[in-house]
Design a protein around this ligand. Structure first.
Ligand SMILES: [Zn+2]
Length: 68
């Protein structure tokens, strides 16, 4: 019985470690641009942080998606 609980704790700890490792190092390709690639407007910090690796402002992102 105690073994089962230990095992569950180990697994929870393992999953937590994996999640932390994944969230820590941000590869350079996933760093958001500070300025829009298309119109050079500054990209709001909130958008940079919310969308990893975003390269454009909201307006240009919309234009890009419409072009597809
Ligand atoms: Zn733009």
């Amino acid at each position: 019985m105690a073994d089962d609980i230990d095992r569950a704790n180990d697994q929870a700890q393992y999953l937590l470690d994996v999640a932390l490792q994944r969230s820590r190092p941000i590869p350079s390709s996933r760093v958001s641009a500070q300025f829009c690639e298309d119109c050079d407007d500054p990209i709001p910090l909130l958008r940079q942080q919310t969308i990893q690796g975003c390269q454009t402002c909201v307006i240009c992102q919309g234009l890009r998606e419409r072009r597809r």
